[in-house]
Design a protein around this ligand. Structure first.
Ligand code: UD1
Ligand code: MG
Length: 449
């Protein structure tokens, strides 16, 4: 069946105490909202509609970055969850299939849970609501059931004592035929304790029309919503724990799992080894049999099979290592292709560059890529040897099998197989060191009195 995903993300998030819209706070290296979009995307929806309101401009931009086919619809006033879903009606006019409603601030709904909701729909339930047994039901909506049937949902504010005793709570996730859902929402009124249009009212309205409603239950950990910075921090920990466990299940060795930090989209191949205190920012893919040693920081990069990175290495966006490349301590690589078996092992900066296969970059090499206005590229061929402390002033090219003398400032292209030495000639002044030291000693003695 075709599916449309509707993600609610218009709420203010007052309790974050932030100028930034709540759904844009980062979790696992990506905006909070990305988690819900990704969860929903696992069911391969044909359409994605995100309802934005507070901070809409920034949220819309983030949504487009996540998925350029996603559509944002505006909810100017936050009149309630039913009203929010209703904003997607026009964008989905003519859409035939189911709608799945997720909250942008609820990141951990699993594919298994969504699959079970889809199964319940296939099994004939008209409205499927995701519920959970709450340890502390607090202000969650309560699910009033009769056997397997869901009768209605009552918000805590509107509930009787008896209803408040119910522990089966509403997660907010709903699945139903899209057009039926909009038709049900059309009947929702705002005559309740909050004066809001409650999405939860559709259950009772559906039943009044002779339609059926059913609950699918998931663990409470999945329905965790984020309202405060403390909850965001707790969610980050939960995310990291899960990502670490998953990596290990996938055959990755973590030297000290509690200190490895992943992003939502981190990919690491089998039999790779990650040392302690390694951070994977967004957009990192690492192939098999790679060693990322302690205290390395990676983002937006690709590391091919057999490579060694770190300890204390930094791979920035656009770093692409071919197989068996070595990036050692205190090296930074940015927007650069490093060829197969190439080595950049000590204290170097390689940015806006390409380094050919098997080339060795000596300690302290720097690609001087920025002239204060623009960035320029450095191209280094294959099997080249860059002497220690070479400054490569871009744009510049060093040919295949070429060498540079240590301490060189290279401002002109070096032809294939040439040795370039770009430094002033050394002069030795006989006895000058002794005379200088004598003078210093005398000055110190005078000062000491
Ligand atoms: C909602 C449910 C409640 C459930 C709880 C789970 C209703 C009426 N209540 O309550 O049964 O137990 O979630 O967390 O649905 N939003 C909009 N526009 C609006 C209102 C909300 O986009 O006009 C978004 C919010 O940004 C948020 C989500 O919808 O992501 C839920 O809204 P929230 O105000 O948190 O609903 P709750 O009162 O928590
Ligand atoms: Mg809420």
């Amino acid at each position: 069946m075709s599916l449309a995903l509707i993600v609610l993300a218009a709420g203010q998030g007052t309790r974050m105490n932030s100028d930034r819209p709540k759904v844009l706070h980062p979790l696992g290296g990506v905006p909070l909202l990305a988690h819900a979009v990704r969860a929903g995307s696992m069911l391969e929806p044909e359409r994605i509609v995100v309802v934005t309101g507070n901070g809409a401009e920034a949220v819309d931009k983030a949504v487009t970055e996540l998925d350029e086919d996603a559509v944002c619809v505006r909810q100017d006033e936050q009149l309630g969850t039913a009203h929010a879903v209703g904003q997607a009606r026009e964008a989905l006019s003519g859409f035939r299939g189911d709608a799945l409603v997720l909250y942008g601030d609820t990141p951990f709904i699993s594919k298994d849970t969504l699959d079970r909701m889809a199964e319940a729909r296939l099994g004939g339930a008209n409205v499927v609501v995701l519920g959970f047994e709450a340890a502390d039901p607090g202000r969650y909506g309560r699910l009033v059931t009769d056997g397997a049937a869901l009768m209605r949902i009552v918000e805590a504010k509107d509930a009787t004592e008896e209803e408040l005793a119910i522990r089966l709570c509403n997660s907010g996730v709903v699945m139903a035929d899209a057009q039926k859902l909009f038709s049900l929402i059309g009947e929702v009124k705002n005559e309740n304790a909050s004066g809001e249009y409650y999405l939860t009212d559709i259950v009772q309205i559906a039943r009044g029309r002779g339609l059926s409603a059913k609950v699918v239950v998931c663990p409470e950990t999945e329905t965790l919503g984020i309202n405060t910075r403390a909850e965001l921090a707790a969610a980050e920990q939960a995310f990291q724990q899960r990502a670490r466990a998953e990596a290990m299940e996938n055959g990755v060795t973590l030297g000290d799992p509690d200190t490895t930090y992943f992003s939502l989209d981190t990919v690491i191949g089998r039999d790779s080894e990650i040392g302690p205190q390694v951070v994977f920012g967004p957009g990192v893919s690492v192939e098999s049999e790679v060693s990322i040693r302690a205290f390395s920081h990676l983002e937006g990069c690709h590391v091919s099979r057999g490579s060694i990175v770190g300890p204390f290495a930094r791979l920035r966006p656009g770093a692409e290592l071919a197989e068996n490349a070595h990036i050692g301590n205190f090296c930074e690589v940015k927007n650069a292709q490093v060829g197969e078996g190439a080595k950049i092992n000590h204290l170097s900066y390689v940015g806006d560059a390409s380094v050919g296969a098997r080339t060795n970059i000596g300690a302290g090499t720097i690609t001087c890529n920025y002239d204060g206005v623009s960035k320029h590229r450095t191209e280094i061929g294959a099997d080249a040897f860059i002497g220690s402390d070479t400054m490569l002033v871009a744009p510049v090219r060093v040919g295949d099998r070429a060498m540079t003398g240590s301490g060189s400032v290279i401002t002109e292209n070096v032809p294939d197989e040439a040795l370039a030495v770009g430094r002033s000639k050394q002069i030795n002044k006989a006895g000058l060191a002794r005379r200088l030291m004598d003078r210093l000693r005398a000055a110190k003695a005078r000062k000491a009195g």
